[in-house]
Design a binder for this molecule. Structure first.
Ligand SMILES: C[S@@+](CC[C@H](N)C(=O)[O-])C[C@H]1O[C@@H](n2cnc3c(N)ncnc32)[C@H](O)[C@@H]1O
Length: 141
């Protein structure tokens, strides 16, 4: 995806830079970022709590996290299989945690959930089908 992004940027007239950084240590000063976008990353980082803290640190007051993540199922039956298959799936999918309750983690981080939709990731194995899309806002003045 990084390669695609760099290619699109070269073709576009936008003034933007692609930076490589770990989500635990974003190279931005406190409260300087308007918007953070996370697509299918909070499932893969080792520990989402420090990453969410880091997002909260760099966002300006009223800044927004836009997210699209696959999550732990609300269905006990599917959640059971997500737990059972979490280890082999993590090895297969390069560190992805299929049973992570990411929405609850975002809520617990102190960001304010504003607009959350459930969706289904079609043509994927059931354990990674439950998706959430939404906006979480940093409280502000
Ligand atoms: C499932 S892929 C999603 C890629 C892309 N965002 C997308 O939507 O297709 C998970 C991504 O999380 C990245 N990732 C994992 N741990 C990370 C970390 N600690 N900091 C930054 N990125 C991380 C991986 O490099 C990988 O690109």
């Amino acid at each position: 995806m990084r390669t695609r992004l760099a290619r699109r940027l070269r073709r576009s007239r936008r003034r933007a830079r692609v930076l490589d950084a770990s989500a635990e240590q974003l190279p931005f000063a406190d409260e300087t970022v308007d918007t953070v976008v996370s697509t299918l990353v909070l499932c893969t980082v080792d520990d989402p709590d420090p990453v969410l803290r880091e997002i909260g640190r760099v966002l300006r007051p009223r800044g927004q996290l836009l997210f699209l993540e696959h999550v732990r199922s609300d269905s006990p039956r599917l959640a059971y299989w997500q737990d059972r298959l979490a280890d082999p799936w993590r090895r297969f999918a390069e560190g992805c945690h299929c049973n992570r309750a990411t929405l609850e983690l975002i809520r617990a981080s102190g960001l304010e959930l504003e607009d959350v939709q459930d969706a289904s990731w079609r043509r994927m194995p059931p354990i990674v089908r439950p998706l959430i899309l939404g906006v979480a806002t940093k409280s502000g003045i």
